[in-house]
Design a protein around this ligand. Sequence first.
Ligand code: ADP
Length: 174
Amino acid sequence: MLAQITIQLGDITKITADAIVNAANTSLLGGGGVDGAIHRAGGAAILEECRKIRGRQGGCKTGEAVITTAGKLPARYVIHTVGPVWNVGKSNEEALLANCYRNSLQLAAEHDVKTIAFPNISTGIYHFPKDKAAGIAVKTVTECLQEQITVEKVIFVCFDAENFELYQRLLNKS
Ligand code: ADP
């Protein structure tokens, strides 16, 4: 069965899914944007597990992902992935952003996640151009879903109308 891709406009902390993805930073200690919102809404249990992961492996590299409890959120897990900071395309940002989606889905499948919600990774504080980021997200997720059978539904949660319209346009075409 082909997995389903959907789009929603809103706050990812309100999404009921097996996993939600956090656009974290390499420290895993929380930050602004969606990261701050997830830690605030999920409670201290998330940060506690992030600290343990830091103790084991010293944070998370750009493009990689780690998994924790979702604490008080209406999800089972938070998958923390670190998007690239946009550097006018000179620092392999496009491949690194694709790795975020790929590694998050890989971790999801390993934890038997059937439904997963992604924010628009790197398009906030990290300033990745929204249109480019949306193209990479849709292409990478579509490819990954064809190669696995665990994840059944992916929700792209857009926080602003511009991203929502970009994803609508991309997904109506494919
Ligand atoms: P990054 O550092 O990866 O750019 P940000 O958190 O600044 O991370 O932004 C990533 C995306 O998440 C942006 O599109 C931003 O608008 C969006 N965002 C911020 N808060 C939320 C939220 N509560 N739910 C969903 N998306 C959010």
